[in-house]
Design a protein around this ligand. Sequence first.
Ligand code: GLN
Length: 492
Amino acid sequence: MTLDLLTENEDVTLSRLKKLLSSKEISSVELTKYFLERAKSKDDLGCFLSLTEEEALKQANKADEKIAKGEDAPLLGVPLAIKDVLTTDFGTTTCASKILENYHSPFNATVINKMLDAGAVLYGKTNLDEFAMGSSNENSSFKPVKNPWDTERVPGGSSGGSAAAVAARIAPASLGTDTGGSIRQPAAFCGITGIKPTYGRVSRYGLVAYASSLDQIGPLGLSAEDCALITRVISGKDPLDSTSMEMEVPAFDTEISKDIKGMKVGVPKEYFIDGMQSEVSEALAEAKKVLSDLGAEIVEISLPHTDAAVAAYYIIAPAECSSNLARFDGIKYGYRAEETHDLFDLYAETRSEGFGEEVKRRILIGTYVLSSGYYDAYYLKAQKVRRLIQNDFLQAFEDKCDVILAPTAPTTPFKIGENINDPLAMYLNDIFTIPLNLAGMPGMSLPCGFDGKNLPIGMQLIAGPWQEQRIFNVAHAYQDATDWHTRKPEGV
Ligand code: GLN
């Protein structure tokens, strides 16, 4: 490969790529080939489930024609990667599940159409935990993803492929989804930036549903600025998703450089728990100093129902999953068991063979908590807890602070295999990310340091509903003052 876009001082940020494209120093076709080549040469990381080379080169050619005519669009000619839980009418949409192994969607997700309308080139579908259920990417039916910072470790999940691809500069940015932390936790584990927007900000049409009241789509990238641009592109009311909201979409990216002097940053005491890796709390303490040097005021806050969040989530999410995944029955989509003797047997065999262990565990839990006699005791109670958690956040934003600063995960990335036989240990990974999904709040993870093993540490910035701009502004000011987000894994 002759083209080399990565030197010690240069990175593949969206703003740089856009400059190279608009000044015609590089064409979109060249750029697309560059990332396709990188993806192939780093195939051992397991980031992609499929590359959509032919379609991508067509899109890139179209972008080059537009650039030649002097046209512009927010992502014109920029190659991006997409989590394989978003439907595309080209290539396959597998959700990393055997049950959808050869599934071709007849339509594009709304976010895919929005990205294409903005000129993006979509060249591959990234690996994930099956149906986005997991925190390590080990639940992919096809292959695990390795963390580019240490290939014996997990990249986080469920958007592990999307995060590792950006960390390894196989993709300049990507789309992920976040139901309980699946954008933020892998962003933290891979040393990159990722945001889950407010519930309702981005259309979920064409996102294969896991837990519909929690799922949101968002970007993963090298900086808050890059994420801001993509968030602007994908946001907005969509008549095809009744839960998307009619709210003004701010110019997140162009408004990003606002001063954060006087901004109140709340630090919840419940987010610093026993058993947390000490280097994570140390990095957070440093981040507090940086923000206060930038003029922000740090205030202690309390989110008293935090400790009930994981339990409530693991009732609500499986309940919704058991209902959403009922559609995969061997009739309408994908995999069908062979030699079955009646309809019931066909359903049962197809689902037993097609779904992986974790997905089946969740369907069983979900069916149980929704069954008569248990509904009130579990599901209804969890919904009440959910409201209390939401009230905690609303109260804090009303009385005390503009944004909240918290760790993203209690530890840095663990080893592949370390937690896979202990679902509870795995579930506890999301202890700091899950509350936001339950409350519908937006949250970003961004790099804020490294541990003694040179593994990235992430911090979370949280805002009230529709207040993503505050997150972008604080994150951008922080990234202007620090260089954690510019570090690359060795060999990249
Ligand atoms: N790890 C959490 C789960 O397994 C969150 C996943 C997600 O956000 N998609 O459900």
